[in-house]
Design a protein around this ligand. Sequence first.
Ligand SMILES: [Cu+2]
Length: 258
Amino acid sequence: MTEWFANHILGMPELASKNGEAVDALIVYVHWLMLALFIGWMIYFGYAVWRFRAARNSKANYHGVKNHTSSYIELGVVVAEAVLLIGVAIPVWARAVNQFPDAKDSTVIYVMGQQFNWNIRYAGPDGVFGKQDMKFVADSNVFGVDPSDPNGKDDIQTLNEIHVPVGKPVIAYVSSKDVIHSFKIVAMRTCQDAIPGLRIPCWFTPTKIGRYQVNCAQLCGGGHSAMTGGFLTVESQADYDKWLKSKSGSAASAGGFE
Ligand SMILES: [Cu+2]
C-alpha cells in the first residue's frame, strides 16, 4: 500500500536502496496525514457553509460552539504528528547518522566535491587510504594525499564515476575542495553536504543494478548544474571487481605522484 501510494499517487523517483525504504515510508505517512487533514477540513468547510447559511442564521450567535469536539480532533492531530516525528522520523534520522554499517563489510569511498565535479577515491588493493593533509592539496592532488605515504600508491581515483557492488553497504566520506557542495543521489535517498575542511560520512545500501545520477544539492556556482555529470554505477560483485582492476594505478596519475 505504501509503495503503491509512493509510486502512483506521489510519483516518487525510483528507489534503489535499502535505507531509502524507511525514507519513502515516512514521506508517504506524512502525505496520508495531510490527505486526512485535507478531507477533514473540506468536510468541515462544506458543513459550515450549509449550517451557518444566512437563511437559517439571520441573527448572530454570540456564544458560539459549546462542546469540545474540535479540541479533541485537534488533540488527535497533535498525537498523530508526535507519533510521526518521534516514532518514525527521528529513528530514521538516527539510523542514517548513528548506525553505520561495519566498514569491513562495506564499500568505502572518499568523495571530494569541487567546482564542478565529483572526485572519488578508493583505497585500492591494500584497503588503506593514503594519508591526507590540507597542505598537499593542489589541482593535481584534490584529496591532499601525502605523496610519501606508500598506502596511497595503490589508491584508485576517478572523476564523476562511482562504481559499487550491489547489495553491499557503501560508506562515503564527503568533503569539498572549494565551496559547499552537497552529495546527493536521489535513487539512494542519500544527501550529505560537502564542506571544505570537514570529512563527513554518509551511507546507503544499493539494492538494484543500474546507473544513477549524482546531484549537487547546494547551489555552488555558475557550473552547479554540471555536477549532475556524476554517476553511480551499481553492478554485480564480479563486474565491480573487473572495473576496480581496470582502474588500478589511476590515483598515481590523478594524484600527481609520478
Ligand atoms: Cu556543487
